[in-house]
Design a protein around this ligand. Structure first.
Ligand code: NDP
Length: 246
C-alpha cells in the first residue's frame, strides 16, 4: 500500500487524533490527514510546536484542527478521560487514533540500563497508547468504521542489542496491537494495525544514528500513503496487521 494514491476528500467528516503531532512523522501525518479532509486533534508535549502545525493546517485551508497539550510521561487515566470528554463535547465523534508519539531513551547495554529512563520510555511508548485507547474506545465504537494505528519499529519485530526500553516497548506495541485487533474483530467496527515507518529523517532518527547522512533516508512526507490508506475507508476489513511504510 506504499503506492496508495489517496483521493482528495478521502477523510472528509472524520475526526482523527494524532499523538506526537508537533514534530517528525506525526507532524507530517497530521498535515496529510487534514489535507485529505480530516479534522485532526493534535496531541503532543510542546505547545509551541503544536501551534505551528495548527497554523500550517489552517493556512492550507484544511479543516480547523484542535490542540491538546499532553505529556505522556506523566499523564494518567484521569487526563485521558478528560481528553475523551473534550473530543466528545467538541466533535461528538472520533474515527481514528494514530499513536505516533515516542521516545528513544538510552542506547546502551541492558546490564547498565537506567531504571528511571526505562520507566519513562515504557510510559510514553507503551502505557500511554494503552490508556489513551481505553479512554477513547467508547467513542470509537460509535464510529461506523474506525481505525487505530500504532507505531512500531524494526526492533519491535526483532529486538537488537543495545536498543533497551525502546525495543522492548515496540515489541509490546506489536503484541498490544494484535491483541486489541483480536479482541475487537468480532465485536466492533474498529480495525487495529501497526505501522513500521522505516528509516525516516527526523530528530529521533538523527539521535539514534548520529553518523548517518540525513539525506540518505526518506522524509516523513514520503511515507504518508500507508497512513492515509489505514485511516481511510479503503482499508476496511484490514486488521491485526503490522505493515511497513516503505
Ligand atoms: P520525533 O522525535 O521526531 O517525534 C516524536 C514525537 O513524539 C514528537 O512530537 C514529541 O513531542 C512526541 N513526544 C515524545 N515524548 C513525548 C511525551 N512525553 N509526551 C507527548 N509527546 C511526546 O520522532 P519520529 O517522528 O521519528 O517518530 C515518530 C514515531 O515513529 C515514534 O513512535 C518512533 O518510535 C517511530 N519510528 C520512527 C522511525 C524513524 O526512522 N524516524 C523508525 C521507526 C519507528 P516533542 O516534539 O514535543 O518532544
Amino acid at each position: 500500500m506504499n503506492n496508495y494514491e489517496a483521493p482528495p476528500g478521502l477523510l472528509a467528516d472524520r475526526v482523527i487524533l494524532v499523538t506526537g503531532a508537533g514534530d517528525g512523522i506525526g507532524r507530517a501525518a497530521a498535515k496529510a490527514l487534514a489535507a485529505h479532509g480530516a479534522t485532526v486533534v493534535l496531541a503532543g508535549r510542546t505547545l509551541a510546536k503544536l501551534e505551528k502545525v495548527y497554523d500550517e493546517i489552517e493556512a492550507n485551508g484544511d479543516p480547523q484542527p484542535a490542540l491538546v497539550p499532553v505529556d505522556f510521561s506523566i499523564a494518567g487515566p484521569e487526563e485521558y478521560r478528560q481528553l475523551a470528554d473534550t473530543i466528545e463535547s467538541e466533535f461528538g465523534h472520533l474515527d481514528g487514533i494514530l499513536h505516533n508519539a515516542g521516545m528513544l531513551g538510552d542506547i546502551t547495554p541492558l546490564e547498565m540500563y537506567d531504571p528511571d529512563t526505562w520507566d519513562t520510555v515504557m510510559k510514553v511508548n507503551l502505557r500511554a497508547p494503552l490508556l489513551l485507547t481505553q479512554a477513547l474506545l467508547p467513542l470509537l465504537k460509535q464510529s461506523p468504521d474506525a481505525s487505530i494505528v500504532f507505531t512500531t519499529s524494526s526492533v519491535g519485530r526483532r529486538a537488537r542489542a543495545f536498543w533497551g526500553a525502546y525495543a522492548v516497548s515496540k515489541c509490546g506495541i506489536e503484541g498490544l496491537s494484535r491483541m486489541l485487533a483480536d479482541e475487537l474483530m468480532n465485536t466492533s467496527n474498529i480495525r487495529v494495525n501497526c505501522i513500521n515507518p522505516g528509516a525516516t529523517r527526523t530528530t529521533m532518527r538523527a539521535s539514534a544514528y548520529p553518523g548517518e547522512d540525513p539525506a540518505s533516508v526518506k522524509q516523513p512526507d514520503d511515507i504518508m500513503p500507508l497512513y492515509l490508506y489505514l485511516m481511510g475507508p479503503d482499508s476496511l476489513g484490514v486488521t491485526g496487521q503490522s505493515l511497513d511504510a516503505q
